[in-house]
Design a protein around this ligand. Sequence first.
Ligand code: ARG
Length: 554
Amino acid sequence: MKMKVLDILQNFTSELIEENMIEIPAYAHLGDFALPCFPFAKKLRKSPNVIAQELAGNIHSEYIEKVEAVNGYVNLFMKRSTFAYSTLTTIHNQGKQYGSSNLGAGGVVTIDMSSPNIAKPFSMGHLRSTVIGNSISLLLEKNGYQPIKINHLGDWGTQFGKLLVAYRLWGDEKKVQEAPIQTLLNLYIRFHEEAENDDSLNDKGRAAFKSLEDGHPEALELWKWFRSESLNEFQKIYDLLGVSFDSFQGEAYYNDKMDSIVQELLDKNLLIESDGALVVEVGENIPPCLIKKSDGATLYATRDITAAINRKQTYDFAKSLYVVGNEQSLHFAQIKKVLGNMGYEWSETIQHIPFGLILKEGKKLSTRKGKIVLLEEVLNEAIQLAETTIEEKNPQLTNKKEVSKVVGVGAIIFSDLKQHRKHDIEFDLKKMLQTEGETGPYVQYSYARACSILRKVKSVDTFQVTVVNDYEWDVIKSLQQFPFVIQRAAIEYDPSLVAKYAIDLAQSFNSFYGNVQVMKDSSYTSYRVSIVQCVVIVLEEALRLLGIKAPVEM
Ligand code: ARG
């Protein structure tokens, strides 16, 4: 144990940072990095203080200037110039590859994400799933995994029977084409209103869904049309967000694959009858998982169990993630248990990645009386707001439209990702678009600033580091952290670490920019330019991993 810690410190490979063991002290007099020795005390049967002293006496590294043992911590003071030179050179040599790792060793990870429901509005929850899932996918790829993004569309279920009935009774083809989601939603709402007085509608709905399940051509035709019109709507949002998918196999895809799974459950003696329905018991603390209703209809869970097995067969995943809101935790716990009871050991590799709600003034954002909040409109409003700011700040900018889009959409994505996904977040367009504070536009603006310096100077590929002042030092320490942040973020499925990192780097770069004149003293110019070049590389990559574009000017 002791040797390992020593080894690591000597080479400064920063495995300790990766394991969250090295801390960055709040005060400079406590060193550039600190290793708390409390966690080793039990194992080594010594006080943290003694361990710290022993370790400190044994640390010799070309990167370390001074080591101190204080109150159970080993405080490390780095040789700034050596450390800076090595950090900057690494980034220059690796370019966009900086921070990549082979942690995943090519293993496939399926990511179930976005997954809106056909004929219903794309909700704020689907937005969160889309941007969180996309960033996780980029982080996994950066760390040597092979992500597969699956859009598990909600395109099957008894509600489509109702929609078929409603359309046949009151539908208007033109209206569906003009505003598919709003029109289909209205039909669905009307169905429910009228069914309150006329119960026969419900029977008709069930019969219509049955005909759909049996593949009745006219029903299937209509359903296909609803699906494709809805998908066209959703695609507009995906285009704006810049998110693509490897598969759109939704719930309907599993329609003809469920029988054999239900049979398998029967064969394995897992199905129990309960009030005419078929369920699987999944333990004492969790309610049983409903597999078939008393009328024989399959359910959301039946399709998810079938989908999980099908995905394992198709992709042989190392891990299977489901980026879905907190409120479905029980559902995924049940699915995992059922698969486990079926004897599938890989059920352990299934993981629900939950997230909180988006709130507006503390309340859940959803259907305003009859009129739905269309996400596309929200995105366009953000783009509009970004354009107004750019018009004010930089009226000469040539590609305003393009930049506004990158900034407006980036602002929404960033504000979503900067807090840990499990938290509920407040949706405040004005706030998220500010160029000051912890926002996407602030990071993008810092990036554009760095780019503008580079436009004024010749790029460098050789430089020397003699002295490193405090401003430069802060930037360099932050640059050096990037690979560890990226790895942690991938391991914990936590894009917020990257967003916070981007803010930190942007902040230290801005105080560097405000206090150090890059071109004033020619003996430092190439070194300082090289810092700016590295900031450009790392900020751009951090934003990319969040699914956000970096504008060279704004
Ligand atoms: N369509 C569902 C909804 O909007 C989300 C689906 C999540 N994915 C899954 N495999 N169940 O609530």
